[in-house]
Design a protein around this ligand. Structure first.
Ligand SMILES: [Zn+2]
Length: 358
C-alpha cells in the first residue's frame, strides 16, 4: 500500500438531521419539510405502524409530506430489497425506516441503492445499527453485514423508547459495553501489524462509553439513562463510519455472538449475547477496564437479567470454538493459541460466568 493511500483523509458522512427527545415522531413531517423532503417511502417494522403510525401520519399530513409508498418489513433478503427499491416511484426523494432492526436495515439499504436520503427512526435502542454504515441482510440465505450509508437523519422519540421491554434496553447496554473489548482487540491487531488504526474513531468510541457510564444513574427506566444510551449507540455507529471499518464497535465479543447465532437453538438478542461475551473477552484480554465492564453489567441489572434465562454452556462452548473462524484474517484475543483453553477454565471457575452460562 502506498503511503498517500494510508494517510489521505477520506470523506465521511454524518447525519444532518439529528433529534433525540420526547415527542419527536409527530414532528417528523416538520423535520422533513425543513430539509425540502416532500415525497417519501415509509418502511415499518412488524406491529410498529399500530403503535406510532397515527401520530406520524398526522404530522406528515399537516406539513404536506406525501407517503408515496408504505410497507411493513418482514423479509430482509437483499434481492427482495433491491427489487422493491428499484420499483419505487422516481418522485420519492427520501426513505424513512421506523422500527427495530429489520425495517431500518431494509430502508437503509434501499436508500443506499437509490442514492437518496435515509431517515432512521428507531423505536428501540437495542443495538448500534440504527446509525451505522452497514445493514444486516439475508444474502443467499445467510445473515450478512452489507455496506450501506450513514443515515441522513436520525430521529429517536424517547416517549417510544420508554415503553421498550427490559430485554431491548439490556441488549443496548450489552452492545455498548462491547466497545471496551472491541477497542482492545483493534489496538492489539494494529500492534501486530494486521490492521490500521484510527485515533479519532477510537476516541469517539471511548467517549461514547463515557456518555453512558460516567454520567449518572444506572436505572434503565430513567429518561436520562435512556437518552444517554441512545446517544452512546449513535456515536458508536458513527465511529465505524469514521474508522472505515466496524473495528471500533465489533471485536472478539461480536464474533462469539455471530457464532451463537449460528449454533444456538434459540439465539438471544444481539446485545444480550454480545454483553455476556464482553465479560468473558475482557477477562481473556486482561483488559484494564474489566472492573468497569463488571460494574456496568452488575449495576444496570444486566447480569441479573441474564441469570433468569442463562446461556446453554454446550452451545456457548461450540460458539467459542467457531468464533475465531467467522472472519478470516481478523485478529482478536480469540486468535491467541491458548484462548479457547483459558475460556473453558474461566467458564468453570468465574463466579459470574458460572451463573450466566450453565
Ligand atoms: Zn453490535
Amino acid at each position: 500500500m502506498r503511503l498517500n493511500q494510508i494517510y489521505t483523509n477520506k470523506q465521511i458522512d454524518i447525519p444532518y438531521l439529528l433529534k433525540i427527545g420526547e415527542g419527536k415522531i409527530p414532528k417528523i413531517g416538520k423535520y422533513l419539510i425543513d430539509k425540502e423532503i416532500k415525497n417519501i417511502a415509509l418502511f415499518f417494522g412488524e406491529g410498529i405502524e399500530n403503535i406510532v403510525g397515527e401520530s406520524l401520519y398526522r404530522g406528515l399530513k399537516t406539513q404536506g409530506v406525501a407517503v408515496k409508498y408504505n410497507k411493513t418489513v418482514t423479509n430482509i433478503d437483499i434481492d427482495a430489497i433491491t427489487h422493491t427499491a428499484f420499483s419505487l416511484s422516481p418522485e420519492i426523494n427520501a426513505v424513512v425506516g421506523v422500527g427495530g432492526g429489520k425495517a431500518l436495515d431494509f430502508a437503509k439499504y434501499a436508500a443506499y441503492l437509490l442514492k437518496i436520503p435515509y431517515i432512521s427512526v428507531p423505536t428501540a435502542v437495542s443495538n448500534d445499527g440504527f446509525c451505522s454504515p452497514s445493514s444486516s441482510l439475508t444474502v443467499e440465505g445467510k445473515r450478512k453485514s452489507v455496506k450501506s450509508g450513514i443515515p441522513f437523519g436520525v430521529v429517536i422519540d424517547l416517549d417510544v423508547i420508554k415503553s421498550n421491554p427490559a430485554v431491548f434496553l439490556y441488549s443496548g447496554i450489552g452492545d455498548m459495553v462491547s466497545k471496551i473489548t472491541a477497542l482492545s482487540d483493534w489496538k492489539t491487531a494494529f500492534k501486530k501489524g494486521s490492521e490500521r488504526f484510527n485515533d479519532f474513531a477510537s476516541l469517539m468510541a471511548y467517549n461514547s462509553l463515557d456518555i453512558l457510564f460516567l454520567k449518572h444513574t444506572f436505572d434503565i427506566r430513567s429518561p436520562e439513562f435512556q437518552r444517554s444510551l441512545a446517544n452512546s449507540l449513535l456515536i458508536s455507529g458513527l465511529s465505524m463510519e469514521i474508522a472505515g471499518t466496524s473495528r471500533p464497535a465489533s471485536g472478539s465479543e461480536h464474533l462469539i455472538s455471530h457464532a451463537l447465532d449460528a449454533v444456538s437453538r434459540n439465539p438471544k438478542m444481539h446485545g444480550i449475547q454480545v454483553g455476556a461475551a464482553t465479560y468473558l473477552c475482557a477477562l481473556l484480554q486482561n483488559n484494564a477496564n474489566f472492573a468497569d465492564v463488571r460494574s456496568v453489567l452488575t449495576n444496570t441489572g444486566f447480569l441479573d437479567f441474564v441469570r433468569q434465562a442463562p446461556f446453554d454452556k454446550k452451545e456457548f462452548l461450540e460458539a467459542l470454538k467457531k468464533a475465531p473462524e467467522i472472519k478470516k484474517n481478523y485478529y482478536t484475543v480469540l486468535s491467541e493459541p491458548d484462548a479457547f483453553a483459558r475460556a473453558v477454565r474461566l467458564l468453570d471457575t468465574d463466579e459470574i460466568l458460572r451463573q450466566i452460562i450453565v
